[in-house]
Design a protein around this ligand. Structure first.
Ligand code: SAH
Length: 345
């Protein structure tokens, strides 16, 4: 093993310059990182891959993230929201298929007041007390997070997007503050949620220094989950001509994060599956241990387009799951029917 890989393995962290050197490493070193990350995944989670049923319950959004296809100013986006009944049928379908975690993700939709979110939490947790409920609904005041937690929500996903304030400001309008994003993550942790942060690999203006900062931020926050996937351009955004993040760099970042936080939950994301036909499988072989297939009703799937050419928008959930099962088995793993809580506490 090269010295830097050994050092990361032993110390579980590096200096910023060392991270930069590692991110710039050659194919041999990248393969060392991949193999080590896969070994560490197996040591901590065996061959179990956790599945999360993703329910994209609204694509209305009051925010204007410059990279995102459901940003408020995108007039070409056909907007929808699911009713409580529709959300409950997604869960029923998911439960039958073996899902024991539901992820409610959406834009920041003012229609879904804290009351309405709490009503959903209560309904889902009341009917499925053996399941974990994850929210991914953006930036809220601390007291809202506290209400969701008190009603029974277990986890919260909020990608930090980039740990560099200047870079953050290039990806978001002025009204969206870097400090608030970070405040949200620390509030969520203090309240007691299992928290997931994360970022896009290859987002516009991203430098190797930014990626090193992302790694150092993740190390410091020490979250239970880290969601990363390649940036993919969307035709109706300012970044429509920007180049997409690469497979190689996304896999490299997955592996480094697995080695740095051995027990973290690491999804092989839909964005990764979108840029390569075997993206999810390669992600698992690089250290990922979670997949988040879509449980949203097929009629709205095509409308939740954060980026162009998103995969898996046509199939019914059952078809989706059996396809996934085969893919996961092809890399020597199996789907676990469990909540799949993080061992990183
Ligand atoms: N509104 C919620 C969740 C929905 S967006 C929130 O703010 O957390 C979920 C994630 O999709 C974002 O955090 C972002 O990292 C990712 N995303 C958005 N646009 C993308 C794009 N063009 N390419 C890749 N990922 C994107």
């Amino acid at each position: 093993m090269t010295d830097l890989v050994k050092k990361l393995y032993k110390d579980k962290t590096l200096s910023k310059d060392e991270f930069i050197e590692l991110i710039n490493s050659n194919a041999d070193t990248r393969e060392e990182l991949r193999a080590l990350a896969e070994k560490i995944r197996i040591e901590n989670y065996g061959n179990d891959i956790f599945i999360r049923g993703l329910i994209e319950f609204t694509n209305y959004c009051k925010q204007n993230c410059l990279y995102c296809g459901i940003r408020k100013d995108n007039k070409n986006c056909r907007r929808y929201r699911l009713s409580l009944d529709e959300i409950m049928s997604c869960c029923a379908e998911g439960y039958k298929l073996g899902f024991r975690t539901f992820v409610l993700q959406g834009g920041e939709d003012p229609y879904f007041t804290d009351e309405r979110i709490c009503e959903i939490i209560e309904a889902v947790k009341g009917k499925y007390p053996d399941c974990a409920l994850t929210l991914s609904i953006g930036e809220k005041p601390r007291k809202s997070y506290q209400r969701y937690f008190d009603r029974g929500a277990d986890r919260y996903l909020l990608r930090h997007e980039t740990a560099d304030k200047n870079h953050y400001e290039k990806l978001h309008p002025k009204s969206q503050k870097f400090e608030n994003r970070i405040r949200c993550l620390y509030d969520l942790k203090e309240i007691g949620f299992q928290v997931g942060c994360g970022f896009m690999v290859g987002s516009p203006y991203q430098t190797v220094q930014n990626l090193a900062d992302d790694l150092m931020f993740i190390k410091e926050l020490n979250p239970q989950m880290v969601g990363i996937g390649p940036f993919i351009h969307h035709k109706d955004t300012e970044f429509k001509n920007a180049s997409d993040g690469t497979l190689e760099q996304t896999l490299l970042m997955l592996s480094i994060i697995r080695i740095m936080i051995p027990k973290v939950l690491l999804p092989a994301t839909t964005a990764l599956a979108t840029i390569h036909p075997r993206g999810r499988e390669l992600g698992i072989q690089a250290g990922a241990n979670v997949v988040m297939p879509n449980l949203s009703p097929v009629k709205v799937r095509g409308d939740y387009q954060l980026y162009d050419n998103k995969v898996c928008t046509g199939e019914e959930s059952a078809q989706c799951k059996s396809c996934l099962e085969k893919r996961i088995e092809s890399v020597g793993c199996k789907i676990a029917v469990s909540r799949g809580d993080s061992k990183n506490q």
